[in-house]
Design a protein around this ligand. Structure first.
Ligand code: PEP
Length: 255
């Protein structure tokens, strides 16, 4: 069965103390009486990773993810953080190809393929993001674009490699805008992605991959989105910064 996942992308937010409090509040809320939780992943800024790992490491329901990694392993790449460094800190996941990285840092499919390889080579699980800008959806080209994004960054992998990927479908027009895709729109795109993977790798592989929805998920809409057949949880931005709201979203992802 596919794993349900709720991941919080904190982006460039929170002081060290606030980050500590946020993770601590969520971890302590879910004491052992909650047994059917999704996998919960905190993705804080780089400087807080070690602290959040230390808050979560006693509880296997929680993991920590980075928001990006370099395509290189080591060397003269000022300002970069590599997959082996993340691995050594106890990080388990890394977001790759977030639309903000594509938009503001010019990350393209070829680069993202290299980052995916770097993550996998270090036993980190990539949370690979894809999704269309509004203009592309209005032009009715969204399925083609998302299929291309998936192909460019992932289809070089062997079946054993792609099985280790988590995909997040995040329509750009829904990120941080308060405008959520309807559950119908989300389901439609998740099914498109899964079918595309099935076409290349077969149904069994496609059925094993968790595909998360991202884009203004909140406590009010999470349950409906997560109940779609091909939606395996969410990648949550703004609402993951508020402990009570994130807790409700996690509950919505429970079995
Ligand atoms: C995100 O950053 O991945 C995201 C989905 O943000 P938000 O939930 O704020 O739309």
């Amino acid at each position: 069965m596919r794993q349900k996942i709720v991941a919080g992308n904190w982006k460039m937010n929170k002081t060290p103390e606030e980050a500590h409090q946020l993770a601590s509040a969520v971890v302590s809320f879910f004491d052992q009486q909650y047994t059917s939780l999704p996998k919960i992943i905190f993705c804080p800024p780089f400087p807080y990773l070690a602290d959040i790992v230390s808050i979560t490491k006693h509880d296997t329901r929680f993991s920590v993810g980075a928001q990006n990694c370099s395509e290189h392993q080591w060397g003269a790449y000022t300002g970069e953080v590599s997959a082996p460094m993340l691995k050594a800190l106890g990080v388990k996941y890394v977001i790759i190809g977030h639309s903000e990285r594509r938009q503001y840092f010019g990350e393209d499919g070829a680069l993202l393929a290299q980052k995916v390889d770097a993550a996998l080579a270090n036993n980190l699980t990539p949370v690979f993001c894809c999704g269309e800008p509004l203009i592309v959806r209005e032009d009715n080209k969204h399925t083609d674009l998302v299929k291309t994004q998936v192909e460019e960054a992932l289809f070089h992998l062997p079946a054993e490699g792609i099985k280790k990927i988590v995909i997040a479908y995040e329509p750009v027009w829904a990120i941080g805008t308060g405008k959520t895709a309807t559950s119908q729109q989300a389901q439609e795109m998740h099914a498109v992605i899964r079918k595309h993977i099935a076409g290349r790798y077969g149904k069994e592989v496609a059925e094993s991959i968790s595909i998360l929805y991202g884009g203004s998920v909140n406590a009010g809409n999470a349950k409906e989105l997560f109940s779609c057949a091909d939606v395996d949880g969410g990648l949550v931005g703004g609402a993951s910064l508020k402990p009570n709201e994130f807790i409700e979203i996690i509950k919505a992802g429970s079995n």
